[in-house]
Design a protein around this ligand. Structure first.
Ligand code: PLP
Length: 465
């Protein structure tokens, strides 16, 4: 394996980030410390070019793209038709808030919403803004004060969505005075089940917590406006909930007058091999949060879809900033949906997901693999350390590092999972090649132990990584 990864040009750009971006001070200090111990630099790259299933770093090295712009490029990198549609909208409108494309896209979205039951749409710029808008909509519509969210969920990086997220308590540090309206409930993972409980008992416990623990110990049921749930944890490690859980949430919402908000920013628009992840469960939420894929990988576009009565007449709800629903963003969304129809992309994602599942589920035989998770092209591999004094996530890091060195780009932040989000139209052979490189990386780390430089001596966060 090359000792000089990343290449010199990529490294030079990364080093320019040290005085500019967050954690730069820590990076310099930690790098110096680590290099004194003979460790290599953290495996990080900068994209010089992106096209279709691939990206290239500053040194011209090519990677199969499982990172997918953090799961925002459903039709592959820099799709020429989406780019052309965006340019055309920019030339015609520049930026104005009131333009016909926002009507065209809202009509299309109403047609594809679960059960066609969420016809009203409110544009937002990002998934974060959209998740926040959904919360405000629920509070104002029900005139109640609490939202229930879950452990390991991620809804964004604004103050409101940080407080609603449960994937790490670190991101709530120093925001303690801002909390109050969010109740965090346990999400039933398929691993890390409390000792002695079966998977199905754990699901029952999580539903019991909502139905009994919260009203007895935290707030009465009629104080709760909504349950905000990811129907597939994304940033929290690509966990896939059971049908029993999702339907149980719907039932509790119906019984108690709570709104069910599905945050489908990452799971939505085909990522799981269905248009919406809730479709797998035959559950229709009251509010659905959309983002990421709707941009077609080119221009941000996000928003919330809601039932008629919830968003049709609610003077207390306000949201939607200046750049919400730009002509370019709506043009990207419209062209993307046209490509979905033309190439039957949701079914293509389903087919590729099934193929990938068959390949990756065999990896549970490796000692360092804790669990393989796959719902369509929402794929995750969880890792475990064979040694009690080593963290699980070091192993995820090591495998991801070796994959990167061998030409596959996937996501693993400070987590014990590697997450993969191939484009919904990825070439089948490219997907197979990428997975084979990943398998080899797992085998390598399984045999040789974690790579040098993947212990906590190695910082993250420079250049937003
Ligand atoms: C489920 C979910 N909700 C909300 C967000 C925030 O979206 P954005 O980063 O576009 O603000 C994300 C981002 O990863 C997400 O995965």
């Amino acid at each position: 394996m090359s000792k000089s990864f990343p290449g010199p040009k990529t490294k030079a750009v990364l080093e320019r980030g040290i005085p500019l971006f967050r954690n730069g001070l820590r990076y310099a200090e930690e790098s110096a410390k680590a290099s004194r111990r003979g460790y290599r630099s953290v495996r990080q790259i900068v994209v010089d070019r992106a096209e279709g299933d691939f990206i290239w770093d500053m040194d011209g090295k090519r990677y199969i793209d499982f990172q997918n712009g953090w799961a925002t490029n459903p039709v592959g990198n820099a799709h020429p038709e989406v780019i052309a549609a965006v340019h055309e909208a920019q030339k015609r409108f520049g930026f104005h808030y009131d333009h016909p494309l926002r009507y065209d896209l809202a009509e299309k979205l109403a047609e594809i919403m679960p059960g066609r039951a969420l016809p009203r749409f409110n544009y937002e710029v990002s998934g974060t803004e959209a998740a926040e808008a959904a919360i405000h909509l629920a509070l104002t519509y029900t005139q109640r004060r609490y939202i229930v969210t879950f452990s390991s969920c991620f809804h964004g990086e604004s103050i409101g969505t940080k407080l609603a997220s449960g994937y790490t308590s670190d991101s709530n540090r120093y925001l303690e005075a801002w909390t109050g309206g969010v109740i965090k409930a346990p999400y039933p993972y398929s691993a890390d089940i409390p000792a002695g409980m079966s998977e199905s008992q754990y699901v029952d416990y999580c539903l019991w917590y909502l139905d009994n623990h919260i009203p007895k110990c935290i707030t009465p049921k009629d104080n709760i406006a909504a349950v905000l749930i990811e129907p597939g944890l994304a940033e929290g490690g690509n966990w896939i909930p059971s049908t029993e859980f999702l339907r149980g949430i719907r039932r509790l919402c119906d019984n108690n007058g709570w709104l069910m908000i599905a945050d489908e920013v990452l799971t939505g628009m085909g990522r799981t091999g269905a248009m919406w992840a809730v479709d797998h469960y035959e559950v229709i939420p009251d509010i659905l949060v959309v983002g990421k894929n709707l941009s077609g990988g080119i221009e941000p576009c996000a928003g919330i879809a809601a039932k008629d009565e919830i968003l049709g007449d609610n003077l207390d709800f306000s949201s939607g900033s200046t750049f919400a629903g730009t002509p370019a963003g709506c043009a990207a969304g419209l062209k993307t949906l046209e490509l979905y129809e033309r190439y039957d992309l949701v079914n293509q994602a389903k087919r590729l997901g099934e193929l990938a599942k068959e390949i990756i589920q065999a990896w549970e035989e490796f000692g360092i693999v804790q669990q393989v998770r796959c719902n369509g092209l929402l794929m995750g591999v969880g890792f475990k350390s064979p040694n009690p004094d080593e963290e699980n996530w070091w192993y995820a890091r090591s495998v991801r590092g070796r994959m990167l060195e061998n030409g596959v780009w996937a996501i693993s932040d400070h987590e014990d999972t590697i997450r993969m989000y191939p484009a919904l139209n990825m070439d089948e052979q490219t997907l197979r090649d990428g997975l084979e490189i990943m398998r080899e990386a797992i085998e390598y780390v399984d045999t040789h132990g974690q790579l040098e430089g993947d212990s906590p001596a190695w910082p993250t966060g420079v250049a937003g990584f």
